[in-house]
Design a protein around this ligand. Structure first.
Ligand code: FES
Length: 111
């Protein structure tokens, strides 16, 4: 059971989509880093202090994820790319079954 994974994708600024399998419960930033997803820099290592793990979630997922806490909302003010309704810091998102098949969009720039 602890080996359960979900299939997710990352749409890169050049339009390509990279698909990976992420273990349930792993944070999305770590899953992206382990799989060498371009554009996820994660300079602070997941401490919610850099905003270089910024991703756009599809609208369909917004009601299924834990809302950003105050710390994340503050950092989302600092993103290099434009902030959108689906903007989240991927280090603050854990892989859940609701994310299965989702395509996350990687912003044009992170810093
Ligand atoms: S890795 Fe720095 S805020 Fe997410």
């Amino acid at each position: 059971m602890s080996n359960a994974t979900i299939h997710i994708g990352f749409k890169l600024p050049d339009g390509n989509i990279q698909h990976i399998d992420a273990p349930l419960g792993q944070n999305i930033m770590q899953a992206a880093i382990v799989n060498n997803i371009d554009g996820i820099e994660a300079e602070c290592g997941g401490s919610c202090m850099c905003a270089t793990c910024h991703l756009y979630l599809p609208d369909s997922l917004l009601d299924s994820v834990t809302p950003a806490n105050d710390e994340e909302l503050e950092m989302l003010e600092e993103t290099a790319a434009e902030r959108r309704p689906g903007s989240r810091l991927s280090c603050q998102l854990l892989a859940t079954e609701a994310m299965a098949g989702v395509i996350f969009e990687v912003p044009e720039c992170q810093s």
